[in-house]
Design a protein. Structure first.
Length: 492
């Protein structure tokens, strides 16, 4: 029979089979929504379809259909396979949706997320070069369908393992189940195949034998790396696919000019973007749609989620950037710092042991050790604003919502509940009281030495530090001498 004469300009549709129950996953979640490197399995297939510039994307769904629809919204057309009658039956569900489509159809699988655009483009090229009507993807590995060839080496048919003879079981070339087929041939073949097999199902593989019998040109593309066609059926295969995908992502990132000190312990989601000359030390996770600019240093043990780090940022070690955060040019964040839904302006710093939540921080701001932006009042979240050049001393609590203006100075140990004007020193401390001898009395040692608790108080009352007597070493941030006592609430 004369070939339909395919060419590279023919429109392409992608049909994705995603209706399987996935019982071996032992999960309440439908199999194709389990994630690999930040995307559901089906999301990786969706990205491949986008890379092919497919005109149509039809997803055949079954279990948890509404959840799959919610996940992908309007990015695909969905058809529902109510009964599981085999892969051929699943593809037939897409015929009505594609009744007005006359191009080529890729048949892919929602649980085969490692396929690449490059491999599928090679299938398109082979279809053109050989003027084929059907191209199948084959590989070596633990795949049940055997590719039977005639004496001339041409594809003759596919036989499933349960239906194969002992001789056919020895065939090493296996059918991956990925096809590129002219739409007219596809629908004609599916209307003619039967259920004469061990499972009593409509096998999609039977379209190959039908095409050969009708004189259509059938070709097979050999895939050297069979891991691309790894189908995921259980948690072990999910972990293996994740490992392979992560290695692929890390290789791509390093090829773009990023240094991964230890790729084996670096986890980067497929949706993250990282600029050149960035260095990522061991044990880091970069999740979601994080965007990391050029020349960034991410030290060991950091966790970054859906955030942006601009050029020249230094982050970590052992720090956490939660969703919605933005570190602008030259920001430096040290160890054990958590930042959530906040912006830090250029060159601002937080060296260690700090929590910054729901804050808009200007340029050249310093957060001292132990400082906290207290963003939650037990009922709702609030935002605070810290102006350019402000200094936040050690162990300062900002009780949101407050505004700290430019160049304000917050004294160490203060709990700030009101706005602080520009150039002001903000102090909020209770006056220190030393209760002499309190511990000795508590432990029953008060009789060990006479008047040990109150040596200067004959009446036995507790002695308190008097006005104007600063305790040795007391400072308010870097506030100088006499002002320290007045700022702490003492009166002259």
């Amino acid at each position: 029979m004369q070939s339909q004469g395919p060419n590279m300009n023919r429109e392409v549709a992608v049909v994705v089979l995603a209706a399987g129950k996935g019982t071996r996953m032992k999960s309440a979640r439908v199999k194709v929504l389990h994630e690999i490197c930040g995307l559901p399995m089906l999301g990786h297939t969706q990205r491949v379809a986008k890379g092919l510039e497919a005109q149509r994307l039809v997803v055949v769904i079954g279990r948890e259909a509404d959840e799959v629809r919610r996940t992908f919204g309007e990015s695909a057309e969905f058809v529902h396979q109510l009964e599981q009658k085999g892969t051929g039956h699943a593809v037939m569900m897409a015929e009505t949706a594609l009744s007005d489509f006359a191009g080529d159809v890729f048949i892919l699988y929602g649980d085969t997320p490692l396929l690449t655009v490059e491999t599928l483009e090679r299938m398109r090229a082979l279809k053109v070069d050989r003027a084929a009507d059907l191209v199948m993807l084959t590989a070596r590995g633990e795949i049940p369908g055997r590719v039977v060839r005639d004496k001339q080496g041409r594809v003759e048919r596919i036989v499933e393992a349960q239906d194969a003879s002992p001789e056919e079981l020895q065939i090493e070339e296996r059918n991956t189940g990925v096809y590129l087929v002219s739409s007219g041939l596809l629908w004609a073949a599916l209307s003619q195949i039967g259920t004469d097999n061990q499972q009593g199902e409509l096998y999609l593989t039977d379209i190959v034998g039908y095409a050969v019998q009708k004189g259509h040109a059938v070709e097979a593309l050999w895939l050297a790396d069979s891991s691309e066609c790894l189908g995921i059926n259980d948690r072990n295969e999910l972990a293996e696919a994740t490992r392979l995908m992560q290695a692929r992502i890390n290789a791509r990132v390093m090829a773009s000019g990023v240094t991964l000190v230890d790729p084996a312990t670096t986890y980067i989601d497929a949706t993250a973007e990282i600029g050149p000359d960035t260095v990522i030390e061991p044990g880091c996770c970069i999740k979601g749609r994080s965007v990391i600019g050029p020349g960034v240093l991410i030290r060991a043990g950091c966790y970054i989620e859906d955030s942006q780090l601009d050029e020249g940022v230094q982050f970590g070690p052992y720090s956490h950037l939660r969703p919605g955060s933005h570190l602008q040019f030259g920001v430096k964040v040290g160890n054990f710092v958590e930042i959530k839904n906040s912006t830090l302006g250029p060159r601002s710093k937080s060296a260690h042991l700090t929590y910054i939540g729901d804050a808009d921080v200007g340029a050249d701001v310093n957060f001292g050790c132990g400082s906290v932006v207290v963003n939650y009042d037990g009922y709702q979240k609030h935002r605070s604003v810290v102006g350019d050049g402000a200094f936040v001393g050690c162990n300062v609590n900002l009780i949101s919502p407050v505004r700290v203006s430019e160049k304000a100075f917050l004294a160490a140990g203060s709990t700030i509940t009101q706005d602080v004007p520009e150039d002001a020193l903000g102090v909020a401390r209770a006056r220190q009281r030393n209760l002499d001898g309190w511990v000795a009395r508590k432990e029953g040692r008060s009789g060990e030495r006479a008047d040990s608790a109150t040596p200067n108080a004959p009446d036995g009352s507790l002695k308190e530090r008097g006005p104007g007597r600063a305790q040795a070493g007391e400072t308010l941030g870097s506030a100088p001498g006499p002002d320290s006592e007045r700022a702490s609430g003492d009166k002259k």
